[in-house]
Design a protein around this ligand. Structure first.
Ligand SMILES: [Zn+2]
Length: 304
């Protein structure tokens, strides 16, 4: 009992400090820093820190790639940057509209960076603003305080290059895939690609755009001259082509199974239990996310 009390006391003393501490980062290639979020669902008990966020350091300044799910997480990311460099944050890049990737944007306003996103990002943010603000405030309570949507000030409708000082980032915008706002960021110096949620590792891929578009974008990603890929969620894979293959296999199976159900008159509720079920043990959060995917895709595919 005594040791348990001591443990609680220690935790209570640590927590207030931890909540303001810099995020833990890993330098996976020279000047490329990644923080890996926890594998939690976006729902009650979520803390705004579930995806991979990070930054790239050049000789003139820093680019942030995804800012986390709250002002607080963004602040912790900025603190992590300040442990590495005092150079200015020149760019904050959002790989897509999802709340776990964008709500830390406010933490960088004082740095006066350019905010970069897909040409459709500002519109997507506006459409989702009310519901995202409400649901994220419900899930996080006071931990969401200070969070707001900060829209892009520079947009990408095809390709764009930015310079961090002796270091070029090549940004590419995609047609509708994971969402309608997906971009990738490639650091040419290290041949590292930040995929956003176009690549999920470990965690079940969630579809919020066009599954057929996504499957074909994966083919495009396979052709990139990359050394490594940083997924939107999960570990940086040792074999990124195998990770893309695995994701594509799941999405293709999900699409095929839903189409078969529709053809055979199997209702959606039943399809939620059966579609892509052979993939169940290969992914985290499978039951929650796979059902949600069927719920989203089935009605749309009925009209094919
Ligand atoms: Zn996402």
């Amino acid at each position: 009992m005594r040791s348990l009390n001591l443990l609680y006391l220690t935790l209570a003393l640590m927590l207030p400090q931890l909540s303001h501490a810099a995020l833990a980062m890993k330098e996976i290639a020279p000047g490329i820093f990644v923080h890996q979020g926890a594998h939690e669902d976006l729902s009650e008990g979520y803390h705004g820190d579930i995806c991979n966020i990070g930054f790239v350091v050049g000789s003139a300044g820093v680019a942030v790639i995804d800012s986390g799910g709250s002002h607080k997480v963004g602040t912790q990311l900025l603190e992590a940057i300040r442990k590495v460099t005092s150079l200015p944050v020149l760019y904050v890049i959002n790989t897509h509209v999802h709340p776990d990737h964008i709500f830390g944007n406010t933490a960088f306003l004082a740095e006066n960076p350019a905010y970069i996103g897909h040409a459709k990002l500002a519109d997507a943010m506006e459409r989702r603003r009310e519901s995202y603000m409400r649901s994220n405030a419900n899930w996080m309570g006071a931990e969401f305080d200070g969070s707001a949507m900060v829209k892009p000030t520079m947009t990408v409708d095809d390709k764009m290059e930015i310079d961090l000082g002796g270091r070029t980032l090549h940004i590419v915008a995609y047609p509708v895939a994971h969402t309608n706002t997906d971009i990738t960021v490639m650091d040419l110096a290290s041949a590292t690609v930040w995929t956003g949620d176009l690549l999920f590792v470990d965690r079940t891929p969630s579809v919020d755009g066009d599954i057929k578009g996504w499957i074909s974008v994966i083919d495009q990603l396979k052709g990139l001259p990359a050394q490594r890929m940083i997924p939107g969620h999960g570990n940086v894979p040792t074999d990124w082509k195998a990770a893309l293959d695995k994701e594509q296999r799941y999405l293709s199976l999900l699409l095929a199974d839903i189409r078969t159900s529709i053809k055979n008159g199997v209702v959606m509720e039943k399809t939620m239990d059966t579609a892509a079920s052979t993939e169940k043990d290969r992914w985290l959060l499978f039951d929650i996310v796979n059902r949600r995917n069927v719920n989203m895709l089935y009605p749309a595919l009925e009209w094919e």
